[in-house]
Ligand binder design. Structure first.
Ligand SMILES: Nc1ncnc2c1ncn2[C@@H]1O[C@H](COP(=O)(O)OP(=O)(O)OP(=O)(O)O)[C@@H](O)[C@H]1O
Length: 849
């Protein structure tokens, strides 16, 4: 088509768009004159809902500079005989009340936009309009059906999917820290999920930048506009406050006001005052904890404390017979309702019983409410209730449960292992108000509050949960209770899990949250944020940390400077980071591009970089290079920036698998370029060197065969010595030992190598440490547990006063949680070799650092 022809099309569309804007002006005038004639000088509160006005009058979305009209649809057949329709951000009617513009969320518009040659419906052609406010700049046609020479209507040929040019232009725009809507360029596979009207819970899994957040927010508007829910029935949950700031404009711009948004940490009331050890976090966040809490509450009811007793009331002697009390308690226990509701029932039935006795003894007929209240207040009666069925707050119950071994044992019997019970146990703070509640505790407290009172903190008809992969089972359970219909949109990416739990599949969470209508899962597989080359680089890591999730294919065309991975000396890493970030901030001249420096979990490095960048920005000319954000990588979840600098990836890798997942999040935040600066080799998961000799050797060190007998302890000692000798012949064993010895020397310790039983013995500030090296496969709890007794054997055999036992492994065990359990069970501390050094909760102590 020639330029002249194209311009003619644009001119024609301009006329149509002008007409729509004229209708909007008419509409405003009509509203104004309606207001003046009906409400006089009164403020126009209530006007938009006036019964005499069509519902869209006066309800124009605040579009800012965004265009109102976005698409033209041509139909083959139309019951309304129109054949041509326009879709836009709002509904507009002409003077006759006919639709001039159909809102994108309407059923009609959704069906037209979902049409393609594979399901054409009545649609012949979709014409996307590129407008700047009311001005039409360009258009792009997609033929859906064509009419053949013979006059037949057939689906248009499906062309090789060329990326939509308007979409690519949109994706290339600078990010200013506030998310935009995607109404103009939403893709069919995204719209299908936005408008999915199946009941129940919808899980949307998608890799970084696939539009999950965008889809979730547009879905809110679609559901509200189609009257599935009202704004106050919906809650949007995001991962953190910065994320809520980032998405804050989207819903108002889409015309959806009054929808509550909240970050996940703020959902459960109370202040987080402490962080629990990982073992306690794992138990407290597991859904079995709900059963423990349930038991703890039921155990407050004490039929065993009932005794025969009696008391005087207004001249009559009333008896409280033990058997009857127990019967009343059991009836109330079995009744429906919360703990306190059933307590009330027990009190009421007991008072009934006592009133009957009183009436018989005194022949008083009128046992009215006042008399009942008096009776309930008699100290013998009230203390009986408090003893047998005490009233308690969630905080009191939980505090007692954690501190009182017997209560914990009774509540956790058959639910938690002894190790898990140990992990929960903690002493009471001096006062209830001083209890160091952790984030996991707050969720447990809410569960308890519900068990006690039967009242929910919140209640909704639909939840939209972003970054849901980080929910714990207990959190999921709580959310399910707040939304009993089970109508939810659950968005997330299992590969980006950085929470305390890691899931391989969505079933676990979905099964907890699902309601009577069940759940479905859908996947978004196309990446819109991350440039192709960056995504390929990050994919190396993504496939390692979450083999079961697929990596999105980026629609962004390759570009030469999207990815730079540079090695820098340790001394220069901070200076280099600062200067790179500044250069990136000034890169695109007049386009203000956002730059983020994402730092590893090292407070020191983070502060140093943040301080230097703040100082550099202060001294910069206004507006030049000033939009640099420095943040720890884990706080960047869900956000995006034009240019991202990720510093020292090996420091993430040293953390454990959660560190690697944080690194994956960090690597996938950019829309234009990623710079990776490292002073140590990249982690193996990102193509860095694999330390081959340290590869784990399978079961070289087997425990003594089951049938093996030793005549006495000395013979066993000899066998242990021989076993140590055999182990030491392995090259990997020797290498690990020498690396550890070198580290100890480096920390001014004097290790003694190859003693009779231990591979290294070393005296330190904390006393004598014994180190046993294992090259055996040790990933799972079972494998670690099988190795730990070896250290106790060594301790016994050496007959020395040993203060610390260290099991030394060639790599991080997969069941990281088990490290703490082994320490508690055997008092054996585990450290392991990483790419660049040593790690483990006790690494500093083990190495004398
Ligand atoms: N159809 C589209 N048109 C225009 N922009 C889009 C489209 N789909 C997604 N985007 C843009 O791609 C970027 C990534 O989208 P979004 O943040 O929703 O992805 P996500 O899947 O939630 O990512 P992550 O899991 O990494 O946080 C955003 O800037 C979003 O506006």
């Amino acid at each position: 088509m020639s330029t002249v022809e194209r311009n003619m099309v644009i001119a024609g569309e301009q006329l149509a768009v002008d007409h729509i804007y004229d209708c909007v002006t008419q509409d405003r005038k009509a509203v104004e004159s309606f207001r003046l004639s009906n409400l006089g000088d009164c403020p126009d509160a209530g006007l938009v809902s006036h019964p005499d006005l069509p519902k869209e009058y006066g309800r124009r979305e605040d579009l800012g500079h965004q265009p109102l009209v976005i698409e033209r649809i041509d139909l083959i057949e139309d019951p309304d005989d129109r054949l041509t329709w326009y879709i836009g951000r709002g509904t507009v009617r002409d003077r006759q009340g006919d639709l001039a513009l159909v809102k994108w969320t309407s059923k009609l518009a959704t069906a037209w936009r979902l049409a393609g040659p594979d399901n054409p419906g009545d649609v012949r052609r979709r014409r996307q309009l590129r407008c700047e406010g009311p001005k039409v700049l360009d258009y792009s046609d997609t033929e859906i059906q064509v009419i053949t020479d013979k006059g037949e209507t057939v689906p248009a040929p499906i062309l090789d999917e060329e990326p939509d040019p308007f979409l690519l232009a949109d994706l290339d725009l600078a990010r200013d820290g506030v998310m935009r809507d995607i109404v103009e360029t939403i893709q069919r596979h995204q719209l299908r999920l936005v408008a999915d009207d199946r009941k129940g819970l919808l899980v949307i899994q998608g890799g970084p930048g696939t539009g999950k957040t965008a889809v979730g927010l547009h879905r809110v508007t679609w559901l509200l506009d189609n009257e599935h829910f009202t704004a106050d029935q919906v809650l949007v949950i995001g991962p953190h406050k910065a994320f809520l700031q980032y998405v804050r404009d989207v819903l108002p711009r889409l015309g959806s006001r009054g929808v509550a948004t909240v970050d996940v940490a703020a959902l459960w009331p109370g202040d987080v005052r402490a962080t629990d050890p990982i073992t306690a976090r794992l138990v407290k966040s597991d859904e079995r904890m709900a059963k423990v809490l349930h038991n703890a509450v039921e155990n407050l009811i004490r039929e065993d404390l009932a005794i025969d007793e009696g008391f005087n009331f207004r001249g009559a002697r009333l008896d409280m017979d033990k058997a009857e009390l127990v019967r009343l308690m059991e009836a109330a226990r079995e009744a429906r309702g919360s703990y306190l509701v059933r307590r009330r029932r027990f009190i009421d039935t007991t008072i009934d019983w006592l009133m009957t006795q009183y009436a018989e003894l005194t022949r008083v007929k009128n046992t009215d409410g006042r008399l009942r209240t008096q009776l309930e207040k008699v100290s013998a009666v009230s203390s009986l209730f408090n003893r047998l069925w005490p009233s308690a707050s969630a905080e009191q119950v939980f505090r007692h449960l954690l501190a009182d071994r017997d209560s914990l044992k009774a509540a956790a019997f058959g639910v938690l292992t002894l190790d898990e019970q140990d992990a929960l146990a903690r002493p009471q703070a001096r006062r209830l108000s001083d209890e160091p509640w952790s984030a996991e505790d707050l969720v447990c407290l809410e569960e308890l509050r519900w068990l006690l009172t039967g009242e929910n903190e919140r209640r909704y008809q639909h939840l939209i949960i972003d970054e849901a992969q980080d929910l714990t089972p207990m959190q999921a359970k709580s959310l399910a209770r707040w939304c009993p219909s089970g109508s939810m949109t659950v968005l997330g990416d299992l590969a980006q899990t950085t929470g305390v739990r890691q899931y391989d599949v969505w079933e676990r969470l979905a099964d907890i949250m699902t309601g009577p209508e069940g759940w479905h899962i859908a996947e978004l597989g196309v990446g819109y944020r991350v440039p192709t080359d960056v995504m390929k680089f990050a994919a190396m890591l993504g496939t390692k940390i979450s083999p079961s999730t697929s990596i999105p294919a980026s629609v962004r065309p390759p570009s030469a400077d999207a990815l730079e991975v540079a090695s820098v000396s340790k001394q220069r890493i901070v200076a280099e980071t600062v200067s790179r970030a500044q250069r990136l901030a000034m890169k695109d001249g007049d386009q203000a591009r956002s730059v983020a420096v994402l730092t590893p979990p090292s407070d020191e490095l983070h502060s140093e970089i943040a301080d230097r960048i703040a100082a550099a920005q202060e001294s910069a000319l206004p507006g030049i290079g000033q939009q640099i954000t420095v943040m720890p990588a884990h706080t960047a979840k869900g956000l995006e920036f034009d240019h991202v600098v990720v510093v020292e990836p090996h420091l993430f890798a040293e953390q454990n698998s959660a560190g690697l997942r944080q690194l994956y999040v960090a690597l996938t935040r950019c829309t234009q370029s990623l710079t990776v600066l490292h002073s140590s080799p990249l982690p193996a998961e990102l193509g860095g060197p694999v330390k081959a000799p340290l590869a784990v050797e399978k079961a070289q060190v087997a425990p003594p065969p089951a049938g093996e007998r030793f005549a006495d302890g000395d013979e066993f000692r000899v066998s242990l010595k021989e076993r140590a000798g055999t182990d030491r012949k392995q090259a990997a064993h020797a290498q690990l030992k020498h690396m550890l010895a070198a580290e100890l020397y480096g920390n001014e310790r004097v290790p003694q190598l190859d003693t009779d039983f231990a591979d290294i013995v070393c005296e330190g500030a904390d006393g004598l440490g014994f180190y046993v090296i294992s090259t055996q496969d040790a990933d799972t709890y079972a494998e670690l547990r099988a190795l730990a007794p070896r250290l106790l054997e060594v301790e016994w055999a050496s007959a020395q006063e040993i203060d610390r036992l260290f099991l030394v492994l060639p790599k991080e065990p997969q069941d990281l949680w088990a490290v703490d359990v082994i320490k508690r069970l055997f008092d054996v501390q585990i450290i392991w070799r990483t790419e660049t050094g040593w790690a483990g909760p006790s690494a500093d102590a083990a190495l004398g650092r």
